[in-house]
Every structure is written in C-alpha cells, then in structure tokens.
Design a protein around this ligand. Structure first.
Ligand SMILES: [Zn+2]
Ligand SMILES: [Zn+2]
Ligand SMILES: [Zn+2]
Ligand SMILES: [Zn+2]
Length: 385
C-alpha cells in the first residue's frame, strides 16, 4: 500500500476484513484468467498470497504489517499511510514473533512464484507462448499450498471466509482434467520409475498415483514430489488399524475414511468413540509394555490441549485421536509428571504445555522477589553514603 493512495479511515478489524476480501478478489481473478491471460493470473495469485500473509500478521498485531514496526503510528495505519511488508519479511515475522512453522515446501513454492512474478513485472517475460501447461501446473501447486494454509493451518483466522475459499477451490479443481491429460502422457515414465524401485504413491495435491517418495521418516511421514502437478509435500503415512463401526460393527479405517464415516452404513464415528476403541487396541497390543507404566497409558496432546489424555501409539506412531496431530514423541515432564507430547527440548529444559503457565508465574515471582531485594540493598547503600 503506497503512501500516495488515499485510503478511507479504517479500524484494525475493518482493515483485516478489507485485506482478506482483497486477497479473495485477487484469487478469484487469478483463477478466472488462467487460460485467457496466464501472465496476469500468476501475478494476481502472488498478490493474493502476500495479502493473506499480511492478514495473518495483522491478527497478531496491526503494526507487524508495517515494514518498519518501530516507526508505526496507529493513526497513519488507520488511514492507510504506510509501507507494508513483503512476503519474505512477513514469513520471518511469522516465524520469529508468532512462532509459526510454515512448511518449507510451501515457502519454497511461494518464493519461486514470486521470482516468476518479478520476471513478468520487470522484464517482458516472453517464455509463455506454448507453455500453458507449465503455467497451469505452477498455478496449481501454489494454490495447493495456499489452500492448505487457509483451510487448515490458519483455519481459525480465516474461518468466516471459508465459503468464498471453497468456491474458488471448486474452480481450481476444474483444471483437474488438464492434469489427467499430463498423467496419461507421462504414464510410461512413471512405470519406469517404479521398475527402478522408486515408490510411487498418491499425490496429496492432485490425487493421482504419480508422486515419487523421496525420503521416509521414522515417525510415519514421507517427502514426496509429484511428477504430474510438481507439488513437493510431506505426506503422512496412513494409519490403517480399523475399529468396529458403532452401528453395524463393520471394520472401519477411522483415520483414512472420509469424515470418519462407516463405508457400510455411513454412520459417523465420533472421536470419543474412536478414542475408547483405540485405547483398547493400544492396551491389548502393549499391556504393561514400553508405553504403559500402569498409571498413565495415554499422553496429553500439546496441540489440542484437552484436559483428557488423547494420544496413543498405533503402528509405531504417536497420534492424538482427537485432533489427529502426530509425529511427536510422548515423554514424561519432569516438572509436573504429566505424560505429554511436544517439543522434547522445551519440555526438558522449560516445561510442558500443562505446567508452563505455573512455571512462568514462578519465574516472575522470583524475579519480583529478586528485584525487591536489590531495591532494598540499593536504598540501604544510598543511606550509608
Ligand atoms: Zn500431484
Ligand atoms: Zn457401519
Ligand atoms: Zn490433540
Ligand atoms: Zn509439565
């Protein structure tokens, strides 16, 4: 937002709403113009990504979207008179100030799109004729990552806008035919990769059986790269252990089936029910074993922070049945004795999510006491002088 543009005076919420709506408009035009004007389509998509990053920052604090927050003046902000952050700046603020972890794959993709955008804007980008396929694919991959942020990672922040985001997603998906054509073209190559011993799995983005597994992690995640849509992503290995349907008793792969519905009778299994069933499976598989000391067989989840323990070990992976967060280790907090998930270092050297408020308070009290002591000493020393 350059300073020469006169803006209406807006409060912070009004600004947030305006920035998000602006992002949605750019997204929409980006999708609509993809085939008629691929250049402007990519520029619009990048603009939209930047706007959503700004909106996310604004939710933390309005001054964070100003390129130099130390010189932020609220009045100027409200009248739109300021220079705002670029994508990379926004990203490092999200990381350093809000403690947010955005997937590396997503950031790499956004940066690549940004470079492409700069080429188009600053130089006559001539490489487009006959490259429609590549443009559509680039568009697809960036939208995939942005969509995941908006509907998953940042869901709470953009909750009120999900309808518009869904509508755009439907439009983007209409390009799927296009990807299918590419899939048919490279089918033979995929077969060759398979014969070389490379695992090919379903792509998290386009859903085609065309993603190469680059690397497998012990906690059940795999780095993939799709040969059709070019998306690089982290794919979670599906936990297949089934539980019986609460209605018809058919075995249901709870973590895999859509909306946790029984494939036979369509009954939706609740997370409470699943927790009960999986706890049984977990205990049967491991009675008084590695994870069970007879008192606290399940761990407390630091992600959904429920009062009840909801994390158990299935197929060698710690997973929260409630929020389905996974990939963490479960360990005892030496401070409060809770069996919890979370960052190992943080729990060992500071506190777990269940006791961190208390530990913080204790630190503050000690700090206050120390300050008071110093003040007394100081005033006594001054008296003696
Ligand atoms: Zn794909
Ligand atoms: Zn059923
Ligand atoms: Zn959870
Ligand atoms: Zn603790």
């Amino acid at each position: 937002m350059a300073s020469y543009i006169r803006q209406n005076k807006n409060d912070v919420d009004g600004w947030f709403d305006a920035v998000v709506n602006n992002g949605i408009l750019f997204l929409n035009s980006s999708v609509s113009n993809l085939s008629t004007s691929p250049k402007s389509s990519l520029i619009d998509l990048y603009t939209a990504i930047e706007l959503f990053f700004k909106a996310r920052l604004m939710k933390e604090h309005w001054s964070l979207i100003i390129s130099k927050p130390e010189s932020a003046v609220k009045q100027k902000f409200e009248s739109g008179d300021f220079h705002s952050v670029y994508l990379e700046q926004a990203h490092s603020r999200l990381k350093n100030i809000c403690g947010e972890n955005i997937k590396k794959e997503a950031m790499d993709n956004f940066k690549a799109l940004g470079e492409h955008r700069n080429q188009i804007v600053h130089f006559a980008h001539t490489g487009f004729s006959g490259k429609e396929t590549e443009v559509v694919i680039e568009h697809w991959a960036s939208w995939f990552h942005l969509h995941e942020l908006l509907t998953n990672h940042w869901w709470e922040i953009f909750e009120c806008y999900q309808d518009s985001i869904d509508k755009i997603h439907v439009k983007v998906k209409s390009n799927h035919e296009f990807l299918k054509t590419k899939f048919d073209l490279i089918k033979d190559n995929i077969e060759i990769e398979r014969k070389k011993g490379i695992r090919i799995v379903e792509c998290t983005s386009c859903g085609l059986e065309s993603a190469r597994v680059l690397n497998s992690h012990s906690w059940g995640g795999e780095d993939i790269e799709c040969l059709v849509c070019d998306v690089k992503d982290l794919k979670l290995r599906a936990i297949q252990t089934p539980i019986p349907c609460s209605n018809c008793n058919k075995e249901v792969e709870y973590f895999i089936v859509k909306d946790h519905r029984c494939t036979e009778c369509q009954t939706e299994l609740t997370s409470d029910y699943a927790l009960e069933k999986y706890t049984q499976i977990y205990l049967d598989a491991d009675p008084k074993g590695r994870y069970y000391d007879g008192t606290e067989p399940l761990a407390y989840c630091h992600n959904c922070k429920l009062e009840e323990p909801t994390v158990l070990n299935l197929e060698g992976i710690w997973i929260c049945v409630e929020c389905e967060d996974r990939g963490w280790t479960a360990l005892d907090c030496e401070n409060c004795g809770s069996f919890v998930t979370g960052d190992v270092d943080r729990i060992q050297y500071f506190a777990c999510h269940r006791c961190e408020d208390d530990v913080m308070k204790l630190h503050e009290e000690e700090m206050q006491k120390y300050k008071a002591e110093v003040e007394v000493e100081l005033s006594q020393a001054l008296k003696q002088d």
